[in-house]
Design a protein around this ligand. Structure first.
Ligand code: NAD
Ligand code: ZN
Length: 240
């Protein structure tokens, strides 16, 4: 098991839905592959948006409004402390909630998009839209062109994650790779552990249940992120 990190240790973190579970946001594998009682195919694919935009819009408006009722937890906060201690750090999240940035994380990539934002499929503009006027059931139009329906700025299944080149470079170059609260089922995110391992990084996993790629970790810690991560960060940074 690894002890204290030097400040020069290059650390990359990958987080998934499990890190936000203790804040009250449901993961999706937890409920038999359903996400808040919906099948992924019905709400989180480009085909679903074409077939039934009202259903998809309503689903994401619920997720967006939920952000007003939840708070970052001890695990999000521990990662801010780790970022502040290290010279080189990157936090890659699969989560679309805003809890990492609200906790204070800055070196952060949202590879699957962000609930806070909407995007125009016609002109490409991306807007942060969390004021009350944008959180109702009616579609929001584009201010820049004539499109009447902005879409959630979310990477759906069958779409390409954002900033993959930067992510691959950072993972390929890191000394320590830490995955927290991710089931290892969603690719390409799930493949980052294999890349880190192949590039010689020390790989640490923290998860409630062993993820499907658990054998690739050098250390695996089973339990709740909000309980385990603050303790590990204390050890890694040498803070008493
Ligand atoms: P997942 O739902 O497939 O798996 C979550 C994992 O977290 C599980 O292995 C579970 O055992 C673990 N877990 C549950 N509670 C935990 C806790 N308290 N501490 C540590 N681990 C815990 O999540 P995924 O691998 O991130 O894939 C889900 C996809 O769905 C992502 O791409 C994401 O975009 C989307 N999603 C996002 C959110 C969010 O933004 N909060 C929520 C649900 C789904
Ligand atoms: Zn537009």
């Amino acid at each position: 098991m690894i002890g204290r990190f030097d400040k020069q240790t290059r650390v990359v973190i990958l987080t998934g839905a499990g890190i936000s579970a203790e804040s009250g946001i449901q993961t999706f594998r937890a409920s038999d592959g359903l996400w808040e009682n919906h099948r992924i195919e019905d709400v989180a694919t480009p085909f679903a948006w074409q077939r039934n935009p009202e259903l998809v819009w309503g689903f994401y408006q619920d997720r967006r409004r939920q952000l007003l009722d939840v708070e970052p937890n001890a695990a999000h906060e521990a990662l801010v402390e780790l970022e502040q201690y290290l010279d080189e750090f990157l936090l890659i999240t699969q989560n679309v909630d805003n809890l990492h940035s609200r906790a204070g994380s800055e070196k952060l990539i949202h590879m699957h998009g962000e609930l806070e934002k909407l995007r125009c499929e016609e002109c490409g503009v991306v807007v942060t839209a969390m004021d009350e006027e944008y959180l109702g059931e009616t579609f929001v139009g584009c201010h820049q062109c004539h499109n009447e329906r902005l879409r959630p700025h979310i990477v759906w299944f069958h779409e390409m994650p954002l900033r993959m080149r930067e992510i691959d470079v950072a993972v390929g170059d890191c000394d320590v790779f830490i995955a927290v609260g991710t089931s290892g089922h969603v690719y390409p995110a799930a493949g980052l552990l294999g890349l880190a391992q192949a590039c010689g990084a020390h790989c640490i996993g923290i998860n409630l249940d062993p993820p499907q790629n658990v054998d690739l970790f050098d250390e695996f810690h089973r339990g709740k992120a909000g309980e385990i991560l603050p303790e590990m960060v204390r050890k890694w940074t040498g803070r008493p």
